[in-house]
Structure formats: C-alpha cells, structure tokens
Design a protein around this ligand. Structure first.
Ligand code: NAD
Ligand code: IPM
Ligand code: MN
Length: 364
C-alpha cells in the first residue's frame, strides 16, 4: 500500500559544503536528513550556497552575494568547513564571520558529551572522568576579538577586543536560561578578568545577571586555569559561558577529551532567526579526499538544528540515539581503538550505519 502524507512543514536549508573534508561530512549529514524526511512528518528543501577557499580562487570572494541571498531566504544553514592550504591567510575563513555576524548568530552552542561507547577513547584516567562528562560551552559569537577592528600597519598589528553591554547580557542570559531548560544546577563563567578590561566588564555583568537566577549555582574561572580544570574535573561542568576566542579554544580541548574533534557539533544560533549548524572542526587538509573523516560532528549538528530551528527535539534526540548504537558497530579511524569490537569505517560507511539505525528508531 502507498501512504501519502502531507509534510507538517518544509524547512528550506542552505547547504555550504566548503573545502577539504567539508563536502565529505555534509554529504553524510544530508543522508540523515533524508532519513528523517522519509520517516517523519517533516520535509527539507536543500539549496547549495557555495562559500570558502575554492570559491575565493574562482570568484575572488569567499561568500558570493548569490550564496548570501540563498542563506537569507532559508530557515537554516547546514555548513561543512572552510579553509584551503596555500591561500592568503583568512580569506576563506572570513565567510564564517560574515555569516555569524551578518545573521546576528550571537550564540555558539558547543556540546561536549562522553558517550559510554567511547569511554575507551577518552584520553583521561577514570578518576578524571568521574560520573561522566556532559557540558555545553556557550561561546559569545559576534563580538570580542572577532569584530575585525584593527589591522597590520607597517611594523605593528592590532586587533581590538570589543564587548558591548547588550552583547554580554544576551549571551549570559542565554547561558542561564539553557541551564534551566536542561535542568542543570550550575553556570561556570570563564574569562580573564585579572587583566583584560573586556573581561572585567563581562564579569560584572555575569554577576549582575546571576542575581536574577537564584536557583543556579555560579562560579568564575580565569581561562588559563580553566584549561587545566577542564582536564582535572570535566565532570563538574554543566554550562560554561565564555568569550568568543576563549570558547573557540576551550571547545576543541573539550572535543578531544570526549573522543575526537570529529565528534563535536555546534549551532551558531540567532534565536528566532537564521542559524547555522556545523561541526566545530576545520577542513582538515591532512585527511581530505581520503574518505576517512568522521561525519558525526556534522551529523550531530543536525540534532541542534532539529531542536533550535525545527522545534522537533524528539527527532533530534533520536539522531543521538542512532549515533550511540552505531558506535558499537563501526568507527572512523579517529575514534577507533584496538578493543572497541567495532569495525573500522569510512566516512560513508559511518553515515550509512547511523542512517540505518535511525531508520529503525523512527520506524519503531
Ligand atoms: P582542523 O580542525 O581542520 O584539523 C585538526 C586535526 O583534527 C587534523 O589532524 C584533522 O585531521 C583532525 N580532524 C578534524 N576534523 C576531523 C574529522 N571530522 N574526522 C577526523 N579527524 C578530524 O584544524 P586545522 O588543521 O588547524 O585547520 C585546517 C583549516 O580549517 C584551516 O584553514 C582553518 O582555518 C580551517 N578551520 C575552519 C573551521 C570552520 O570552517 N568552521 C574551523 C576550524 C578551522
Ligand atoms: C571555529 C573556527 C573559526 C573560529 C575560524 C575558522 C574562523 O575555528 O568555528 O571554531 O575561530 O571561530
Ligand atoms: Mn575553532
């Protein structure tokens, strides 16, 4: 029998595959969205919005106007990674900042979670893993050192670190609200308030806003010491709110602690606006074209999209469930161990395994 059903809603997705392993991992993320479309009451309409280093080589800009227009008319952007060796520094990567700032995606949400299946891949001794690791880095995403004020002039270079009251207030509020929504008990603020004016300003706002969230415990760390606490007691963190550059660095450290940079997903979120979902890693030129990149970071960024843009958190949760089951059966080389019992997979095979587990979950 043939079943016809009206999709509840069609989401327009701009797809920027980018450079290096970007296209390889986005292909697998799209495979997952196709499964969801087949099994659930939702549809996706994909339109390419090319950007990055290869595009710069051809057109002299890394984010062509045509791609920007496609993004502007979309509900969300599915993004791979940008960056090509041999180009002038930053020309490809600049497109990412244009998107984050242009769509006012002021939250960069970067979950770090140690899946039980990957305990054998965690580089920490059990005493540092404690009861498990699960926390969210809430990275400010439009201000700080990324505002592009400054430059290189003769024998000196400057980058201005800029924070506005509005910029600090909205990201700090987001972090507290996230803690409440996820039923966490604590928000950790990470700054450099012993030396940077921007951090002193930020910390004062953190403490002011914190007074309104009486049920949530609050703590402050300086970023240098925090990097070692992240290794010493990662189990103690729940929501970590921090500056743009500090969040960039901390989230790569967190990703490795829970298994691999290839596992980490992110949402560049403009609440109520156009958000961009991407793995946190880059274009990985050292493994590009080999078909061995881990697509899970890209696949899990769909989970954040299902929650944030589509408001379908249950389907989002099923993506994560499928990933966990698939990890027992297959693994890309970056997360493989001698004792895993899982077979070593290519990028495509990893995507196929997750797609097949997700199909089973959504059918049941
Ligand atoms: P990277 O994240 O590309 O790679 C760092 C290391 O992690 C490499 O050894 C790489 O092979 C490994 N790795 C990354 N993703 C992986 C995956 N999915 N599976 C398996 N292994 C993976 O960082 P890099 O080498 O410092 O940067 C390369 C380029 O990417 C640069 O041009 C940089 O500017 C750019 N970059 C872009 C983004 C983005 O598009 N959002 C993010 C970070 C870096
Ligand atoms: C990331 C990247 C970007 C950043 C670069 C490529 C602009 O490292 O998304 O983590 O610094 O935010
Ligand atoms: Mn980064």
């Amino acid at each position: 029998m043939v079943f016809f059903h009206m999709a509840q809603r069609t989401f327009k997705i701009a797809v920027t595959k980018g450079d290096g392993i970007g296209p390889e991992v986005v292909e697998e993320a799209m495979k997952i969205l196709h499964v969801i479309q087949e099994q659930a009451d939702v549809a996706f309409e994909f339109t390419d919005a090319p950007a990055g280093g290869a595009v710069w080589k051809k057109h002299g800009v890394s984010l062509p106007e045509k791609s920007w227009d496609v993004m502007k008319q979309s509900d969300a952007i599915l993004f791979g990674a940008l960056g090509l060796p041999g180009l002038p520094p930053g020309v490809a990567e600049y497109a990412i900042l244009q998107i984050r700032q242009g769509f006012d995606e002021y939250v960069n949400l970067r979950p770090a979670k140690l899946y039980p299946a990957l305990y054998d891949k965690c580089p920490l001794k059990p005493e540092y893993i404690g009861d498990g690791i699960e926390f969210y880095t809430v990275r400010e995403n439009t201000e700080g050192l990324y505002v592009k004020i400054g430059g290189i002039k003769n024998d000196a270079a400057t980058n201005v670190m800029l924070y506005t009251r509005k910029g600090c207030e909205r990201i700090i509020r987001y972090a507290f609200d996230l803690a409440i929504q996820k039923k966490f008990t604590k928000v950790t603020n990470v700054d450099k308030a012993n030396i940077l004016d921007c951090s002193m300003f930020w910390r004062e706002i953190f403490e002011q806003i914190g007074k309104k969230y009486k049920t949530i415990q609050q703590e402050n760390y300086l970023v240098d010491a925090f990097c070692q606490w992240l290794i010493r007691k990662p189990y103690s963190f729940e929501v970590v709110v921090t500056d743009n550059l500090f969040g960039d660095i901390i989230s790569d450290e967190a990703a490795f602690i829970v298994g691999s940079l290839g596992m980490a997903a992110s949402g560049n979120i403009c609440p109520g606006g156009i958000s961009m979902y991407e793995p946190i890693h880059g274009s990985a030129p050292d493994i590009a074209g080999q078909g061995i990149a881990n697509p899970i970071g890209s696949i899990l960024s769909n989970k954040i999209m299902l929650e944030e843009t589509c408001k379908l958190p249950d389907i989002g949760a099923s993506i994560e469930q499928a990933v966990e089951v698939a990890l027992a059966k297959g693994r890309t080389p970056d997360i493989q161990t001698k004792t895993s019992g899982a077979k070593t997979c290519s990028t495509r095979e990893m995507g196929d395994l997750i797609a097949s587990e997700l199909t089973k979950i959504l059918k049941s």
